[in-house]
Design a protein around this ligand. Structure first.
Ligand code: RIB
Ligand code: NA
Length: 289
């Protein structure tokens, strides 16, 4: 067991399934609607908790039904929510997710996530400093990510940064993170047009590139390693990256090598995409066998 603290977003996902994705100006009749707990931060905290880590969430929700729904879900999944602020006069973050034609498209309204500011990080800095690893993503203000990274690096706390949704980041953020897990699209935005292998070689045992069904690549200091993805029947890939990061974190804090941890996280992420919804399908330790 190890302690993971996620500093990140909490959303209520409004998931529509449809055979057809509407084009601009078009209306289509879909199949199902579900309100499902989500947000990249919360998803990663749940993945870590399900896989046996002691998992803490630092984040913000609004004082509204979606906020209550999100906090209750985190608690029921074993995530400590003592550092989740409930803010008046703002809405809990929401995501509109359309699952259609074997893919998803998502619009996120950050709402309360925008109010996860430096003063909230200060309020919970003892919890953050006590972590074996801090997990962050980019659905909260970049200034907060940078501030938390500085706090962590001053206190020798490892940070796994999932640079999603895609954004440009300054060199300071990149150098302070212990691990960075972009997908191929995010990698290009962060490091430009060089080949994946050329970029990887500059960041041994740090940069971990997720490539969906093509697997995961990293450079171990000697050679580029390609760890295959876990083959499954795809239902919904929403949150697969989050399951990967939460699982990777949980495996690393219990002392697995980077390669073992990536294999483990690939399997967890694979299983998660067999069910609709970001957190549905995330396996427990027993299910991973
Ligand atoms: O990574 C998946 C998540 O992205 C969803 O749960 C949604 O809330 C969006 O934030
Ligand atoms: Na899922």
């Amino acid at each position: 067991m190890g302690k993971i603290v996620v500093v990140g977003s909490i959303n209520a996902d409004m998931v529509f399934t449809s055979d057809i994705r509407p084009k601009a100006g078009e209306t289509v009749l879909g199949n199902t609607f579900s309100l499902i707990p989500g947000g990249k931060g919360a998803n990663q905290a749940v993945a870590a908790a399900k896989l046996g880590a002691e998992s803490f969430m630092v984040g913000c929700v609004g004082n509204d039904p979606n906020g209550e729904f999100s906090i209750n879900n985190l608690k029921s999944m074993g995530v400590n929510t003592d550092c989740v602020e409930i803010l008046n006069d703002v809405s809990t973050g929401v995501a509109n997710i359309v699952v259609a034609e074997n893919d998803n498209s998502i619009i996120v309204i950050a709402g309360a996530n925008t109010y996860l500011t430096e003063d909230i990080i200060d309020k919970y800095k003892d919890v953050i400093k006590s972590a074996d690893m801090v997990l962050m993503q980019l659905e909260v203000p970049l200034s907060t990510v940078e501030y938390t990274l500085s706090l962590c690096s001053e206190n020798n706390v490892k940070v796994l940064l999932n640079p999603a949704p895609a954004a440009k980041l300054n060199g300071n953020i990149i150098s302070k993170a212990t691990y960075i897990t972009p997908n191929e699209h995010e990698l290009k935005l962060l490091f430009g047009e060089n080949s994946t292998d050329e970029i990887l070689e500059q960041y041994p045992n740090k940069l971990i590139v997720t490539m969906g069904s093509k697997g995961v690549k990293y450079f171990d200091g000697q050679e580029i390693k390609l760890i295959p993805s876990y083959e499954v029947e795809v239902v919904d890939t929403t949150g697969a990256g989050d399951t990967f990061c939460g699982s990777l974190g949980s495996a690393l804090v219990r002392g697995e090598s980077l390669e073992e941890a990536i294999r483990f996280a690939n399997k967890a992420a694979g299983l998660s995409i067999t069910k609709l919804g970001a957190q549905s399908g995330m396996p427990t330790l027993e299910q991973l066998g």
